[in-house]
Every structure is written in C-alpha cells, then in structure tokens.
Design a protein around this ligand. Sequence first.
Ligand code: ATP
Length: 432
Amino acid sequence: MATTVNAEALNESPLPEAVAKESKQSVDPYNVSGEVGEDGVVKAIDYSKLVDEFGTKKIEPALLERFERLTGQKPHRFLRRGIVFSHRDLDLILDRYERGQPFFLYTGRGPSSDSVHVGHTVPFEFTKWLQEALDCPLIIMLTDDEKYLFSDKRTVEEVQGYCSANAKDIIAIGFDPAKTFIFSDFEFMGGAFYRNVVRLSKHITLNQSRAIFGFNDSTSIGKIHFGSIQGATSFASSFPHIFGTDETKTSLIPALIPCAIDQDPYFRMTRDVAARIHYAKPSLIHSKFLDALQGPGTKMANTLQSASIDESAIFMKDTPNQIKNKINKYAFSGGKATVEEHREKGGDTSVDVSFLYLRFFLEDDEELEKIRVAYESGELLTGDLKAICIKELQTYVKVFQERRAKVDDEIVHQFMDRRPLKWAGNPRAPIV
Ligand code: ATP
C-alpha cells in the first residue's frame, strides 16, 4: 500500500521537516503529505491513488448531470473543477432527494485555535451550497474533545474556549439558522448521542482501530475511543430534537458528509458498523486540500508546533496587508528563474500556489482559463499572477470579515440551542 498511517503523527500534525522524512504518500485525519521524491521534495497528493486505496468513487460527469437535473443548480465551482472529486453513495442520497425522503448534512471542525484559515472554509463553503441546493438539515460538530485528546499541550478549558470563536467563523460562512444545529462534544454528550457512541464503540475492536488509524500500544484510550464519537454524529437518532424519538425510524435516516478526504477513515469505520447494527450508512463527498503556501503536497494547517505556522496559511482574520505579504513572500511559484526564460518557456500552473488558490476561489471559469493560458505561455509573470491572487483572496477574506462582524454571542446561542429545525425537503418530489 502506498498510503500509510503515521502513528507518531497522532500527537500533533507533523512539522514540514518531519513530513519530508516520510517517503510515501500519507493521508489520514492526523497526517497529510504527498510522496517524497528521490530529490527530497514533497510531491503533490495523488488523489486518484487515494480513490483506489480508500475504495471511494470518483465523481463522474453523469452524477453531476443528475445532481443538476434534480436540484436545478449548476454544479459548484469545486465540483466543476474536480476539487470536490470523490464520494461514497452520493447516488443513494440523490435517490432519497428524488423520492422526498429525509437525509441530513453533517460536517465539523476541531477547534484547535481561535481562527480558521482559508483551507477550513473549503468544506464549509461547499456545505453551505449543498444545504441550499438540497434544502435539508445540517449538523455541525465542534470536536473540542478531539483537539484536547490529540494534543500534548492544550487544556480542556482552552479548546472549549475556542468553540465560540470557531462557531462565529462557521456561522459567517452563511448557514441558515432555521436548518442548522451546531454543537460542542463536551456540551452535547449524553442521552441519545451517547447511546449511539456506545453502540458504535462496542463494534470496533482495537485491532481495527490500529489498522485504520495506525494506533499503537502507547496510544491513549481516549484517542482510540474518539472515532466512535465522530462516527455517532452521522446517525440521525443522535438528534431526537431534530428527527424525533422513534429510533426505529430515525436510525434509517442517512447523513451526507462533506469533508476533505483525510476524514474518510472515520466514516469507513462507521459505515462498516452501521451495516452490522442495521443503521443507515453515512454517505460522503470528499474535497481535495488547499495546499500550504509553501507548495503542493501538504494541507494548509494551523496546528504545526512551529513558529512558521503563520507563514504557511492565510487566516480568515488576516488583514489585506498580511495577505499581500504572505503571498508575495511565501507562495510557491511555478514561474521560471528569469523573466527571459519565463517569457520563453512559460510557468507551471500545476505547482504554482497562486494559481492553485485561484482554482479554489475565483468563481469565473473563463477568467481562470485566460489566466492559465497566459501564465503557461509566459505572457503573465509570477508577480502578475500573485497580484491577481492577492486581490481575489483579499476580497474573499474581507467579505467574510464583514459577515463575521455581525455574528454576536446571541446568534451563536441561537445556532447551538437544542431545538427542532425547519426545512421543506424536496417540494418537487411526489408524495409517496
Ligand atoms: P487543525 O485546525 O488542527 O489544523 P484540521 O486542519 O484537520 O486541524 P479540522 O477543523 O479538523 O482541521 O477540519 C475541518 C474540516 O476542514 C475537515 O473536513 C478537514 O478535512 C477540512 N480541512 C482542513 N484543512 C483543510 C485544507 N487545507 N483544505 C481543505 N480542507 C481542509
């Protein structure tokens, strides 16, 4: 197997230096890095290999056409550009949508600091679009317990303290309060949720856990157990205030989980148990990672135990100047060494971070294509490309910050209150 799990990485995400020592591609919830070439350089993540090794399915044009036909929505730019690229049983969710049967969206965030970076907004942006397209309830889990368990440094109080700031960041993406429930594991644990956590954990052996996550004899039992908490959120019966108390019915309502592909191992495990206990298996829709500024092969992260962290990520609280300086100074360039050589041979958009970021955030397909052609032909220089990327990200972050400024504690309370949600489902579906 080319993809490995790295047990040592479970305390914290690895440092870039540590990543460079791993020779094989490695993608799991605690560690993301591309293969290291013989020259010691980390290569871009090979996503096709992940589809094969994880046993997921590539999102094919026919599936997108069906999505568009059913919902009337043009596929999101992440779908059009293969950034959201893989799935498990998305077709079954579309079957339910077509028949007007219930399902829900589930995604999450580990509150590891008081600010999210642009990479974190990728699954949330996409989830917001899905919520609007599918008109369904959304559950957002804040895994404060995970961020305590998987760090040697953080205290319980610290991670709990980040929840409110992270909830504000998430709400600022633009979720509908009538259809969205946000909860913290520490606060919500108990009752129906805990019953499902225990149902799941009873069916996961230490051996399976080791095989999936690379745990070893020194791993704390808290870390080993955490997978059953992340998994239990994909069961609708964990949320009786939203789906009702009849578990014979609610246990059959599936979740659709938008997340980056590193989270897949949790749900591979959950799907296996769900089938055994006759619960609905969660479906998934996976995105690629927004790379760190330093280049393809690692995901932008904010838990590196290094002072260099601020240099690898654009944070959603960064000022326009910070964004400009970070991109100008650190964004890896696919340009050539001299202007003359660049004009002659052109730049490489497959490794150029400014171009890769534009693929994520520039909405206009034609504009993006023009930029690609101009850069690859040498007409556009690295400085020009960086300037376009800076402008785009400054706007993206500014618009976010304006929405974020309007989210107060009262609004957070509204989203985190245990309450029934309201959604129409699919009004076009025939009544069965
Ligand atoms: P940390 O905040 O400690 O760096 P993390 O990056 O894994 O941890 P989470 O809060 O656990 O962040 O992840 C929230 C969601 O964002 C998950 O679906 C995760 O896969 C996704 N995600 C995190 N980083 C990126 C990235 N660089 N690009 C795309 N998605 C990302």
